[in-house]
Design a protein around this ligand. Structure first.
Ligand code: NAG
Ligand code: NAG
Ligand code: NAG
Ligand code: NAG
Ligand code: NAG
Ligand code: NAG
Ligand code: NAG
Ligand code: NAG
Length: 483
């Protein structure tokens, strides 16, 4: 358990803490690896010009004829009667030589699917599944019930207002795979490239979406994936003569975008939420320098260790939630979200008939692939320059945050926005949902910041109605209403 928190403190990984139980590797070695890793990536710029690497000739285009029909899901086992929308899932090959293919799940809108926008949703980790988390636990049309076998309809599903595509990325995550095992040592650059190749091929399979308004959204470590993919799309749109992707905007939820603000924001959040003592907080402030290139001293490590001990066993992703425990047998949390949902999803997705209905390879599905996260080979210290580039290029950028998450807490988002140095256009105000404050919002130049009150890391799990309201506002390009 100690190791789990150590890693979480360093990376803000999107992994359920309980998943680490009995994982059995050497904590010290990992910390050292992390430190070495930090050094090796320090000099990589976040906004390097990659256009040369990505000329059109390097993007693999496979034949997609007829595959859309093959991918149509007739019905998921245990699905409630009368599905009122079309769903698809399957693989898109991104590298035929290595045998690398990415798995997607696509839920169209019940109404207006031919005019509603296309939204790509990405979870983080690195190494966690957008299908298992995003679709089955957060914003997708179904949730797995406590019997592990039947599904219930999520009435706040985001496909009510958009056609939502969930991508398991990179290869090795969920049902996505490669026939070349060295592909499982990967990082930010390869993930962006593969996601791009996936998209242009998927658009050949679903050509009616080629010119549709397109948005990319994600949470946690997808704070890296989303802006990096968006930037790559803008670059490739200029040079390709195949598919011009009609990218309109991005939105990032409880997103890990900057290493320094992740650390400073997390310790401040722990202190202001009565989780660590004044002494530890002051110890962190006076002994830790989290800026790029700074050394983490022993004294700083010591205060980090004291932090881990002080936090004890609370759910990092929603600090007031109960844990999934065999004793409490699914105590509902304040939000009503069943803390054992991840367990039901794991059991459901590992059922053979479910895998068949999804057109997935028969394999052991996991919500996160830990080795992929541990061996992650490149990530810039910050992606704020990438976000700035998107802002300056007319891409709509929203940053939203559930305010009861301690892993990538709301403070880190606010500190990151301060670093962007964009000016306030519409000052902070409460936005309303069904007669109550849904959260708070600030309109900056080229950027919108929204909080979701009472939501943890997985915002749509804990506050589904408020999350759908924010999502709808984002697509409309209007700030959430104050009445
Ligand atoms: C991976 O290998 C299997 C077995 O040879 C093959 O059926 C499959 O098509 C390969 N996957 C890809 C993406 O090429
Ligand atoms: C479908 O689109 C029409 C026309 O834009 C709109 O009036 C209607 O509210 C939409 N329905 C839903 C459920 O989004
Ligand atoms: C659901 O799956 C879990 C894990 O496989 C198992 O422990 C539990 O008993 C199952 N619940 C039911 C109701 O079958
Ligand atoms: C455009 O596509 C054609 C045919 O696919 C190809 O022959 C040509 O080289 C491409 N041009 C550029 C500039 O990529
Ligand atoms: C923190 O480290 C950075 C990079 O080494 C350095 O420039 C900065 O002065 C340090 N800050 C403090 C308060 O020591
Ligand atoms: C912090 O904890 C780790 C793991 O338990 C341990 O290896 C390390 O020596 C500790 N560091 C300090 C400075 O106490
Ligand atoms: C839920 O899953 C976690 C992680 O796999 C496991 O440690 C825990 O025992 C499970 N809880 C129940 C009640 O099945
Ligand atoms: C906002 O976007 C405009 C162009 O669309 C750009 O000129 C300006 O520098 C951007 N400002 C910020 C803070 O991103």
């Amino acid at each position: 358990m100690k190791f789990a928190f150590q890693l979480l403190l360093h990376f803000g990984l999107l992994v359920f803490v309980s998943c680490y139980g009995g994982y059995g590797y050497d904590p010290l070695q990992h910390v050292l690896n992390i430190q070495r890793f930090r050094r090796s990536v320090l000099n990589r710029a976040g906004n390097e010009d990659r256009s040369a690497e990505y000329s059109t000739s390097h993007v693999y285009m496979g034949l997609q004829d007829g595959l859309k029909n093959v991918d149509k899901i007739s019905s998921l086992p245990g699905q409630p009667a009368g599905p009122d929308f079309d769903q698809y899932s399957g693989y898109v090959t991104v590298d035929p030589n290595h045998g690398r293919a990415l798995f997607y799940y696509f839920a169209e809108s019940p109404v207006n699917s031919s005019t509603n926008p296309l939204v790509l949703w990405l979870n983080g980790g690195p190494g966690c599944s957008s299908f298992g988390y995003g679709a089955m636990m957060e914003l997708g049309p179904f949730r797995v019930n406590a019997d592990n076998a039947t599904l219930s309809r999520n009435k706040y599903a985001w496909n009510n207002v958009a056609n939502v595509l969930f991508l398991e990325s990179p290869a090795g995550v969920g049902f996505s795979y490669s026939n070349t095992s060295s592909d499982y040592i990967t990082g930010d650059v390869q993930t962006a490239k593969d996601s791009y190749t996936f998209l242009v091929n998927w658009l050949e399979r679903f050509p009616e979406y080629k010119t549709r308004d397109f948005y990319i959204m994600g949470e946690s470590y997808a704070g890296h994936y989303v802006p990096q993919l968006a930037q790559l799309i803008l670059q490739n749109n200029k040079i390709t003569n195949q598919t011009v992707i009609n990218l309109k905007g991005i939105a990032l939820g409880n997103a890990y975008v900057d290493e320094e603000t992740e650390m400073t924001g997390m310790f401040d959040y722990l202190w202001t939420h009565a989780i660590i003592s004044d002494e530890i907080h002051e110890g962190i402030i006076s002994n830790c320098n989290f800026s790029e290139g700074a050394t983490i001293t022993d004294a700083c490590h010591d205060y980090q260790n004291q932090t881990i001990a002080a936090i004890s066993n609370i759910f990092s992703y929603d600090i007031y939630s109960p844990l999934c425990s065999p004793l409490s047998n699914s105590t509902p949390s304040i939000s009503g979200f069943d803390p054992c949902t991840a367990n039901y999803t794991l059991a459901y997705l590992n059922t053979r008939v479910v895998q068949q209905s999804l057109h997935a390879k028969p394999l052991q599905w996991n919500s996160c692939n830990h080795p992929i996260g541990i061996h992650w080979k490149d990530r810039p210290f910050t992606v704020l320059p990438v976000i700035q580039d998107l802002m300056a290029n007319g891409i709509r950028v929203w940053i939203y945050s559930g305010d009861t998450d301690r892993s990538v807490p709301v403070t880190t988002s606010r500190y990151s926005i301060n670093k962007l140095q964009t000016s306030v256009k519409i000052p902070w105000y409460p936005w309303m949902y069904q007669g109550e404050v849904g959260g708070y919002v600030v309109g900056y130049e080229n950027l919108t910041f929204v909080t979701v009150r009472g939501a943890g890391h997985f915002v749509p799990s804990y506050q589904p109605g408020r999350a759908l309201a924010v999502f709808t506002s984002f697509l409309e390009g209007k700030l959430p209403t104050n009445h």
